[in-house]
Design a protein around this ligand. Structure first.
Ligand code: DGL
Length: 270
């Protein structure tokens, strides 16, 4: 059982920010990543659509015999994690914007959250804020368009910076000192965000905390691969095909910071 891989998926390539951390903290685990890029951005889709895609991808991961699934997407977690937990008998770990740590870190009680439109509108995010950030003022900024830039491997073009400046402006006007990256695509924009905010905001994201949770759940279930002789495997799949897949593989290599083979998902899961 412990020898089975860990499955990780996102609407696209953003979840690689989480996979990088899992890869770092768990050097003996085999990993399978699925980017649902043909259906991204989830942030512009209905809850029903998102849940259907999450079930499809989980079915693929089950066919690969995974022992645990990480939903490396805030939007998918907000709209589908409960459905997945009802549907699947294996551990499912979701991701939520880091509102709780931000509430501890803020000095002036003003927190900004950057998220997709669907996450920004979700009752799950509202519940998080009500539970953990009652003492703070939380400004939620929906950021349509950012996911598409990251999917294309664009972290700092002029056009992207303009879009980011537009989204940061209301938060800067409020004097926000702590910025939550509420989408797994956004950690790839961290350097550009720091530059645009002149290092004035503490930037928080969740990949380390989520990975710690993966370690805890696996060790509680005696499912950790502690040692091995052969090299571990990391496999990458996408719902894209043809030219789209080729382009996405180039972006993925940029985000993953090295070469990788991006394979198309079998037909029935695309
Ligand atoms: N990475 C996804 C998230 O964390 C982006 C969702 C989207 O495709 O809009 O929310």
């Amino acid at each position: 059982m412990a020898k089975r891989p860990i499955g990780v998926f996102d609407s696209g390539l953003g979840g690689l920010s989480v996979l990088l951390e899992i890869e770092r903290q768990l050097p003996h685990e085999d990993l399978i990543y699925v980017a649902d890029s043909a259906h991204a951005p989830y942030g512009a889709k209905t809850a029903h659509y998102i849940a259907e895609r999450c079930i499809k991808i989980s079915d693929f991961l089950l066919s690969q015999n995974v022992k645990l699934i990480v939903v490396a997407c805030n939007t998918a977690t907000a709209y589908a994690v409960e459905v997945l937990r009802q549907y699947l008998a294996l551990p499912i770990i979701g991701l939520e914007p880091a509102v709780k740590p931000a509430a501890k870190l803020t000095q002036n009680g003003k927190i900004g959250v950057l998220a997709t439109r669907q996450t920004a509108n979700s009752t799950r995010l509202q519940r998080l804020i009500d539970t953990y950030a009652q003492q703070a003022q939380v400004f939620v900024q929906a950021c349509p368009g950012l996911v598409e830039h990251v999917e294309q491997g664009d972290f700092n073009s002029t056009e992207l910076k303009q879009l980011l400046s537009e989204y940061l402006q209301p938060l800067q006007a409020q004097g926000v000192d702590t910025l939550v990256l509420g989408c797994t695509h956004y950690p790839f924009l961290r350097a550009t965000l720091s530059e645009l905010t002149q290092g004035q905001m503490t930037i928080v994201e969740t990949s380390q905390a989520v990975t710690r949770q993966v370690v805890n759940i696996l060790s509680q279930g005696h499912l950790l691969q502690s040692n091995r002789t052969q090299q571990r495997q990391v496999q990458f799949y996408s719902s894209l095909q043809g030219e789209g897949l080729k382009k996405s593989a180039q972006s993925a290599a940029l985000l993953w910071q090295r070469e990788l083979a991006l394979l198309s998902l079998p037909n029935e899961y695309r």
